[in-house]
Structures are given as C-alpha cells and as structure tokens.
Design a protein around this ligand. Structure first.
Ligand code: HEC
Length: 175
C-alpha cells in the first residue's frame, strides 16, 4: 500500500468509526419549502377532500412563517415607508411628516397574519377609510406589488409587519 492509500484508508476507517465529526447540515429556513402549517401538514385523500367540498374539514388559508429581519429590508427596498410611518422605527429617507397611508406600528398585535398578507396582495379587499387613502376611483392608493415581490419577500414582509406589536410604540430609535 502506498503511503497515500494508507492515509486514505485510515481516514475512511476514522470516518466509519465516527472519530471525525462531520458537521450536520446547517438548517436554513431561507430558500427551503415551508413544512406545512403550525400544526404540520394535513394529510387527506383526494376522495375525502371532494367529500368535504374541496377543503379538509376545519381548513383555513395559512401564511407560512417568514423572517421579520429580511422583511424589514424588503420594507425599506420597496420604500413602503414613503407612505407608511412605523412608530418606533426610523427609515432614512422617510420623514415624520403626514403620510398618505396609515401608521403601521401595532399591526402584528392587531391583525392575523393572513389579513396582513391580503393587505399587500390585494389592497382593495379591505379599504381603510382615511384622508387621502383612496384615489378618484374610490380605490386604495396603495400600489400593486404583484410583479415586484417574490413569494419569499411577501412572507418576510408579512413576518415583519406581524412583529410590529403595540409594545414597539414609544421606543423611538433615531429621530
Ligand atoms: C403610495 C402609498 C403607499 C405605499 C407605497 C404603500 N402603501 Fe400600504 N397603504 C396605503 C394606503 C393609502 C392604505 C390604506 C387604504 C387601504 O386599506 O389600502 C394602505 C394600507 C396598508 C395596510 C393595511 C393597514 C391596516 O390597518 O389594515 C398595510 C398592512 C400596508 N398598507 C402595508 C404596506 C407595505 C408592506 C407596503 C410596501 C410593500 C406599502 N403598504 C406600500 C398606501 C401605500
């Protein structure tokens, strides 16, 4: 056996005996499929599904978990702050002046995740009435983001909004 072969053989043996610790694959939620709902995946046969009218019993639309920090970056990238103030947050470029959209701190404490996702996907599903919130057509002045956001960005953005609890009020970072 050549010295190289011997070293290789020892390494293989060491690996088999578990002497060399192979680092476990880092779990990364980003870029991976969501694993189902908080309760885990619902498993149902096609037949049962049809018998129940097209959805599993008790089913409701759920939004998978996102990353609030990444969502904050999306909020900045898409300049959501140009229309929305978030009390306790300071976005460079955003001013404290009156904004053409509602203030968003406390969103997470007030609304379920699915509502927040809908607010971005379809601003006209629920129109908050307020001065300057609607255009001459009576519809929301919030832009259409359907071509601008990936699903991942939407989930992260929703996670960011969901992280905005009333507790954030009064914590003023920057000015
Ligand atoms: C051009 C101004 C404008 C921009 C830009 C804008 N919005 Fe809005 N947004 C509004 C207005 C006006 C409303 C209130 C009318 C309505 O219900 O759609 C609103 C409503 C909302 C609501 C619902 C608030 C509630 O109390 O139910 C959420 C959530 C929201 N926006 C998030 C966002 C996010 C996230 C972005 C960036 C991706 C964004 N908005 C960008 C104008 C804007």
């Amino acid at each position: 056996m050549t010295p190289w072969r011997r070293i290789a053989a020892v390494l293989v043996l060491a690996g088999l005996l578990g002497w060399i610790e192979v680092p476990a694959q880092q779990h990364s939620p980003r870029g991976s499929q969501p694993t189902g709902t908080a309760q885990g995946p619902i498993r149902i046969t096609d037949e049962e599904l049809h018998r129940h009218g097209g959805t599993p019993p008790g089913w409701r639309f759920t939004v998978p978990e996102g990353d609030p920090r990444a969502g904050r970056a999306v909020f900045i990238k898409l300049e959501c702050y140009s229309c929305h103030r978030v009390a306790g947050e300071f976005f460079s470029g955003g001013t404290k002046d009156q904004k053409p959209g509602p203030e968003l701190s406390g969103m997470g404490g007030m609304h379920p995740t699915e509502y927040l996702a809908e607010a971005i996907m379809n601003p006209n599903a629920v129109i908050i009435t307020g001065p300057g919130y609607t255009g001459p057509d009576g519809l929301s002045t919030m832009p259409d983001y359907s071509e601008l956001l990936t699903l991942r960005q939407l989930l992260d953005l929703v996670a960011y909004l969901k992280s905005l609890t009333p507790k954030a009020d009064g914590v003023h970072r920057g000015h």
